[in-house]
Design a protein around this ligand. Structure first.
Ligand code: SF4
Length: 359
């Protein structure tokens, strides 16, 4: 009797969690969708009359961890390692004539390893741009926290995976759990002392797969434990994202979902939304392109808006619509363009429905 009761209780709890997650995804989708993007993509335009909605500029593709679910950490990237030059960032921000929704100073490595990361943030702040960082927080010493807050950082997101010390240290190989928790807490206390809502702080947890694939644990357990760690500290958002196969690069490795590559293909909205630069200033496919699979432009040679609508970008968007994506190495194995997303990826499912209905 007791076993049955527990069984139904778990079923009900899972159903409630899914319903909540779905409602959140619907609301977020309706709120976040940019009308220009939806119109342009649904009308199959290849030249866009609006600027990139999100921009990413990579400070460095060097990382100090060996995370098994990341191509950089797993040692699967072959591109030259290096650090962003200030001049490249200055060119990007001084050419910007609109305000992007996100301006991310991160991509293929750990941004806090850049020796002048505070200088890069300051350049953005001086141009009125809200810079965001995504970090593993291993290098977030109190001095570093002070430097980046003073430089005018708008938002910081911490990669914090796993429910226990063992899980964390397995997923974030090379990081010390207690040290990272201390670093994040010290940063948050510093923010609290300043009585300022900025920088916004997000704690992000990757929902890694267990060896059995798709044998997932319920996410809410993780979230509760995660929230407990930072109780009473000013975290603006706790976010859980699904580990993915990085366009097939991580296929066959543990902890990531295999890329689906089956069913019908649809059109990825990333070429309509994001402009991503590697540390050299070359425009690459998207924030999943950690190894420069497709170079679409170079900010050192072209203006930012020229790149956004250059011949490469037009070909890229057209290929999406013509189902000729084989021409773009990274996209052909990307789970995002296959009409078979994970059942819990409600946002992508909704987006596909909107594309189908052209709304
Ligand atoms: S299909 Fe995948 S790899 Fe290609 S742009 Fe979209 S998200 Fe990036």
């Amino acid at each position: 009797m007791c076993i049955m009761a527990n069984y139904f209780k778990t079923k009900l709890r899972n159903a409630l969690w899914k319903a909540q997650h779905f409602t959140r995804a619907v609301k977020k989708n309706l709120k976040d969708r940019d009308r220009s993007l939806v119109k342009a993509r649904n009308r199959r335009k290849t030249v866009l009359d609006y600027g990139p909605i999100n921009i990413f500029v990579d400070p460095t593709n060097v990382c100090n961890l060996k995370c098994p679910m990341c191509p950089t950490g797993a040692g699967l990237t072959k591109s030259e390692k290096g650090f962003l030059d200030h001049a490249v960032l200055i060119k990007v921000v001084s050419e910007l004539k609109h305000t992007p929704k996100t301006f991310g100073l991160w991509l293929a490595g750990e941004p806090l390893l850049h020796p002048q990361i505070d200088g890069l943030i300051r350049i953005c702040a001086q141009h009125g741009i809200k810079a965001t960082l995504h970090t593993n927080a291993t290098k977030l010493t109190p001095e570093m926290s002070e430097k980046i807050i003073n430089a005018g950082l708008y938002e910081i997101s911490f990669s914090f995976d796993g429910r226990t010390v063992q899980e964390y240290e397995m997923l974030r190989t090379g990081a010390d759990f207690s040290k990272v928790v201390d670093n994040i807490c010290a940063f948050l206390r510093m923010k609290q002392k300043r009585c300022s809502p900025l920088p916004r702080a997000t704690v992000q947890n990757i929902e890694a797969y267990e060896k059995g694939r798709h044998n997932r644990r319920p996410l809410y357990e993780k979230r509760e434990l995660l929230e407990e760690k930072f109780r009473d500290l000013p975290v603006d958002e706790f976010k859980t994202i699904l580990a993915h196969a990085w366009s097939g690069v991580m296929d066959g490795t543990e902890y990531v979902s295999p890329s689906h590559c089956k069913g019908k293909r649809w059109v990825c909205d990333v070429p309509y939304r994001d402009l991503t630069f590697n540390w050299k200033g070359e425009a690459v496919t998207c924030c999943g392109d950690l190894d420069n699979a497709n170079i679409l432009g170079d900010i050192k040679k072209e203006n930012l808006y020229e790149i956004w609508n250059n011949a490469n970008f037009q070909r890229f968007r057209a290929a999406m619509h013509r189902d000729e994506i084989e021409k773009f190495a990274l996209c052909k194995d990307c789970e995002r363009i296959w009409a078979d997303p994970h059942p819990l990826d409600y946002e992508l499912r909704l987006e596909m429905l909107r594309y189908k209905l052209r709304v």
